[in-house]
Design a protein around this ligand. Structure first.
Ligand SMILES: [Zn+2]
Length: 433
C-alpha cells in the first residue's frame, strides 16, 4: 500500500473506533409495528396484502400477515393501510463520483449516499472508486453503518477498477493493496481493447481476491470476454453483454457457477439520450432533488454535449442497448440471477437515485415482470453482492431498511416513484418525500 493510503487508513480506523464507543446501540429499544400495509418481502413470494412488520433495534423482528404476528405490548403502532412496503432498493452497481467540488471527501460521499436514500435506494455497491482517498473514506463509511444511526444509504466499496495490468504479480499486489485498505470487493475492466489484462492475469487477480475473501465484479461488453471471465471464476458480470446474443453455454456457465448479471441499461441510455432534451428532465420525481442535479443538467442540455451524444460512436450504443435488452430477457427467462444496477454517479447525466427507478422501468420494458424487476432490485442485488444476510429481504434479523409507497409497484413499476417514506435501520428519513 502506498504511504498516503496507509496513514489515512490508520487515522480513520481511530476515528471509527471512537464512533463505535459513543454510539453502540442499546439492546432494549422499544419496538415499532407497521400495520396494514401490503408487504413485498423481496423474495418474490406473493405479498402479504395486509401485513405486520415489527422493528426493534433497527432490524426486522417479526413480519407476516395480520393475525399471524403477535405484536409486542410495548410496540408503537403505526397504521399504514393502503401503503406498500418493500425492502429499500439495492443498487448493485453505483458510483460516488458525481460531486467534483473540493469540499472534504467525507462530506461529498455522505451527501451522495443521502441523495440515493432520498429516492429509496438504501444500499449502494460502489463498483469502482476514483482515488485512494475515496476508497479509504468509503470503507470507513461502510464500517460506521453497522454501529450508528444512519441517515444515508449503506455503502460497500471496490477500489478503482483494475485494468490493463501486465503481470499476474502486479494483479495480486493490487488486490492485496485494496484488501488492506478495507475494500469490500474488487472491480475490474475488460473492454475488448488491445491493452486488456490477459486471461492469465485476470485469472491470477480473481484467485488472489478469493484468497482475501473478496468477490470480483467485471465491466465488459463482449460475449467472448464474458466467457473468458466466467472460465477464470469471476463472481459478478457488472454490465450487459451488448455485442451479440447470449448463447446457451453462457447461460449454462452463469447458472452452474451462480454468477449474477447486472444489466446497467440506464448507463447505455445515458450515452445517447441527451442528443435532445429528454422529457424526464421535467418529471416532478426527478425535480424533487433538482438542486443536486442542476450542475449536470446544465452540461447535458448544452449544445456541446448534444453534439457529442449524436456522434456515431455514441449512436452505436442504441444497438448495444437493444442487444442488452434482448440478453436481459434471455438470461432472466433462463433463471440467471439478475441484479439491478444502474452505474449511476459516474459520468454526467447518470442520476443517482432517479435512474434506479428508470432502470426498473427499463427492465420491465425489456420483458421482465414487475415482480422479477423488484426482486432484482432487492434480494437479487443483495445476493449478487453477498449482502443478503443484511439487506434486500424483509425477514427477521435483516436491517429494517424500507421503501414505503403510496401505490402498488407490482401493478405498475412506475409506482416505485410514489414514495410515502424511506426508512433506514428502522427510522424514517426526515424530509422524504
Ligand atoms: Zn460502473
Amino acid at each position: 500500500m502506498n504511504p498516503f493510503l496507509k496513514s489515512l487508513a490508520s487515522s480513520l480506523l481511530i476515528l471509527v473506533s471512537c464512533f463505535q464507543g459513543l454510539n453502540a446501540q442499546t439492546s432494549d429499544e422499544a419496538s415499532v409495528a407497521l400495520i396494514g400495509a401490503r408487504l413485498f418481502d423481496g423474495t418474490g413470494r406473493a405479498p402479504h396484502e395486509q401485513s405486520v412488520l415489527v422493528i426493534r433495534n433497527g432490524r426486522v423482528e417479526m413480519v407476516g400477515a395480520i393475525g399471524d404476528v403477535n405484536i409486542p405490548d410495548d410496540a408503537e403502532r403505526i397504521d399504514l393501510s393502503g401503503k406498500t412496503i418493500l425492502p429499500g432498493l439495492v443498487n448493485a452497481h453505483g458510483h460516488l463520483n458525481e460531486d467534483q467540488s473540493d469540499r472534504p471527501i467525507r462530506t461529498k460521499l455522505a451527501e451522495q449516499l443521502r441523495l440515493y436514500a432520498d429516492y429509496g435506494v438504501t444500499t449502494v455497491v460502489v463498483l469502482g472508486v476514483f482515488s485512494d482517498e475515496e476508497l479509504v473514506v468509503g470503507a470507513s463509511l461502510n464500517k460506521e453503518q453497522e454501529e450508528i444511526d444512519l441517515d444515508r444509504a449503506r455503502v460497500y466499496v471496490a477500489g478503482d477498477s483494475l485494468q490493463n495490468l501486465g503481470t499476474a504479480e502486479e494483479a495480486r499486489m493490487r488486490v492485496n493493496d485494496y484488501a488492506n485498505a478495507g475494500a469490500n470487493l474488487v472491480k475490474i475492466h475488460i473492454t475488448g481493447g488491445p491493452n486488456d489484462m490477459t486471461p492469465e492475469v485476470y485469472g491470477a487477480l480473481i484467485d488472489q481476491a478469493h484468497s482475501r475473501g473478496l468477490r470480483v465484479a467485471s465491466h465488459l461488453y463482449y460475449l467472448e470476454d464474458a466467457h473468458g471471465l466466467l472460465d477464470a471464476g469471476v463472481d459478478v458480470i457488472a454490465h450487459s453483454v451488448r455485442d451479440q446474443a447470449a448463447d446457451n453455454l453462457l447461460i449454462e456457465k452463469m447458472i452452474q457457477q451462480n454468477v449474477p448479471y447486472i444489466p446497467t441499461l440506464t448507463r447505455d441510455l445515458a450515452r445517447f439520450v441527451y442528443e435532445t432534451r429528454p422529457d424526464f428532465l421535467e418529471d416532478p420525481f426527478f425535480l424533487r432533488r433538482v438542486s443536486a442535479y442542476q450542475g449536470d443538467i446544465d452540461i447535458v442540455t448544452g449544445a456541446d454535449y448534444q453534439a457529442t451524444s449524436r456522434s456515431p460512436q455514441r449512436q452505436a450504443d442504441k444497438e448495444g442497448l437493444a442487444q442488452g435488452n434482448r440478453n436481459l430477457k434471455t438470461l432472466s427467462d433462463a433463471g440467471v440471477l439478475i441484479a439491478m444496477g444502474s452505474d449511476s454517479g459516474t459520468n454526467q447525466g447518470q442520476w443517482q437515485g432517479y435512474f434506479e427507478h428508470t432502470e426498473l422501468e427499463m427492465m420491465v420494458e425489456a420483458g421482465m415482470s414487475t415482480t422479477q424487476a423488484l426482486v432484482a432490485a432487492t434480494s437479487g442485488a443483495a445476493a449478487a453482492m453477498g449482502l443478503d444476510q443484511h439487506v434486500g429481504v424483509l425477514q427477521p434479523g435483516r436491517w429494517a431498511d424500507l421503501l414505503i409507497l403510496d401505490a402498488n409497484p407490482i401493478e405498475d413499476i412506475r409506482a416505485t416513484r410514489e414514495i410515502h417514506s424511506v426508512w433506514i435501520a428502522g427510522t424514517p428519513l426526515s424530509g422524504v418525500p
